[in-house]
Design a protein around this ligand. Structure first.
Ligand SMILES: CSCCC(=O)C(=O)COP(=O)(O)O
Ligand SMILES: [Zn+2]
Length: 205
């Protein structure tokens, strides 16, 4: 296994966790992170770690069936959602999952979140102007992660998507690298906060 790549991904994912924790997007032990290592392996957070306090031993290597190389390891409970992304598109290099107030509240109210007119939309794939709109789909939560991953897979293969929400749970976003996935999470969380504030203003007027 490429130890340099593991070290670099671990460092970048630890930094992402610290930033997300500072922003309040990964409370308690919520959230999980991964980065591609090869055509059939990823580095993924072990289950139950606080994502603001990750250390190099918080990660394990697993295949795209979610099976850890080290049989004693316990990968994230949501590992199959990461596997779904890496299997779907070989260009995906990292996937990040957050549990923010904004993404959770919005996901409880609507079946998809329309983001339109934002400059930060340009962080999402294929968008080069604020004069654009994207629909972020919302999937019903499910403790059966294999079943949830199958629903996500079927939908995203039909309707290309930059990210998705799970109702009452959180955001999944991805990119070609940890840096790109992190920038997309930051852009999406910013736009979700704007949407939440706009709805609050609308409800007062
Ligand atoms: C304690 S939050 C419930 C599990 C969850 O949604 C999550 O994102 C963290 O699970 P993990 O197994 O990856 O720590
Ligand atoms: Zn979660």
């Amino acid at each position: 296994m490429n130890t340099d790549l593991i070290a670099r991904h671990s460092r970048d994912l630890i930094a992402a966790g610290a930033l997300f924790h500072q922003r309040g997007w990964v409370p308690a032990t919520g959230g999980n992170f991964s980065a591609r290592l090869s055509s059939d392996r990823m580095l993924i957070t072990a289950s139950g770690w606080h994502k603001g306090e990750l250390a190099p031993d918080a990660f394990l290597v697993a295949d795209f069936d979610g099976k850890p190389d080290n049989p004693g390891g316990r990968a994230s409970y949501e590992t199959l959602l990461h596997c779904q992304l890496y299997r779907m598109d070989e260009r995906i290099g990292a996937a990040l999952h957050t549990h923010s107030v904004a993404n959770t509240v919005l996901s409880m109210r609507e079946s998809s979140i329309r983001l339109a007119g934002y400059e930060l939309l340009k962080l999402l794939p294929g968008i080069s102007t604020h004069e654009a709109a994207v629909e972020i789909p919302v999937f019903d939560n499910d403790q059966d992660i294999a079943r949830l991953a199958a629903r996500v897979d079927a939908h995203i293969k039909q309707h290309a998507s930059a990210a998705y929400l799970i109702r009452g749970h959180g955001l999944y976003a991805w990119g070609s690298s940890v840096a790109q996935a992190r920038h997309r999470v930051e852009a999406l969380e910013f736009m979700f906060e704007c949407e939440l504030k706009q709805r609050q203003l609308e409800s007062k007027s």
